[in-house]
Write a protein that binds this ligand. Sequence first.
Ligand code: NAD
Length: 367
Amino acid sequence: MSNPSLLILAGDGIGPEVMSQVQRVIGWFGDNRGLNFDVSEDLVGGAAYDKHGVPLHDDTMAKAQEVDAVLLGAVGGPKYDDLDFSVKPERGLLRLRKEMDLFANLRPAQCFDALSDFSSLKTELVAGLDIMIVRELTSGVYFGEPRGIFEEGNERVGINTQRYTESEIERGARAAFELAMKRDKRLCSMEKANVMESGILWRQVVTEVSKDYPEVELSHMYADNGAMQLVRAPKQFDVIYTDNLFGDILSDCAAMLTGSLGMLPSASLGAPMDNGRPKALYEPVHGSAPDIAGQGKANPCACVLSFAMALRYSFAEGGEADRLEAAVEKVLADGVRTGDLMQADGGTPVSTSEMGDALLAALDASL
Ligand code: NAD
């Protein structure tokens, strides 16, 4: 059987720096766990624009459709800020998400013990926190028509439309219930059924889907209350399923419960391919961090943890994903910190590659 395939799109700014550490980790799994991947690399974002005049070349898009998983670093940077909207680096990422039809965005908010005092909340509220937010990613108010800025009488009016079909709500709900089955079997669906028809439909469809998952305890919450509960008592949640707009906001809110942007992975999943694996794109939540790019300061953990998600969700290697996450946990517990994880009271930060060294040593120790 051939090896599973991975397309690496390191992108711009700190993207290539953090990705080079992930490449070492991928190599470690090949050398030590017999997990070999056919890895190919290509350009996205500003790097693709510099070479091809577009933020994602058609050939790269075609490759992304063929591989078992795509791993992306970050795109963007000040050099590209004045480009026309149609060729901005972010358009490359949006094209990937759209053409791969990645409808379920998984954003874990997990608090590593060693970082629990980094949270804006009290340590006891976040210690041991482990939430998964599933955000619908391809529909809703960011895509609905009509949209635009129109003249109405003697003034302008800005219009966006929240629109969801049953099937769009259902496929995301199934992804969320499947995840809940592998976790603590609790799912909280969030919408605004009190004031939005799309929310009423959302609640109805999620309730219908729940009949296929009798073991999962389903609850419903208005999204505004959800925001309050996330900062009041976040540990009450296991999996949260919500729409594109609410998910955008709630996942950022939940992310900050855990401390640093440099620690946050994500996965975007689509429909299963012929081999049963979902279409998948894994990427850290952070951007290209131009303020620290090229200085060896970036924290590679978010990108490494994104690869751990790939092991779990694309390659059914949950045990190896646990191993990698435990290595991150151990390194942090040993006090190894990149600059973003330093406390005001000092210590010496390690570089991006020294963090990579520590991760590999922790992986070695796990054997
Ligand atoms: P950012 O996430 O790049 O950086 C925000 C802050 O967090 C910066 O101070 C940065 O130094 C720090 N930071 C981020 N990741 C870090 C890491 N791994 N280690 C240490 N520190 C880290 O967000 P921004 O500054 O708003 O955006 C910069 C560029 O990135 C823009 O061009 C933006 O459009 C783009 N962006 C891209 C993505 C993506 O590729 N998915 C996401 C967000 C922003």
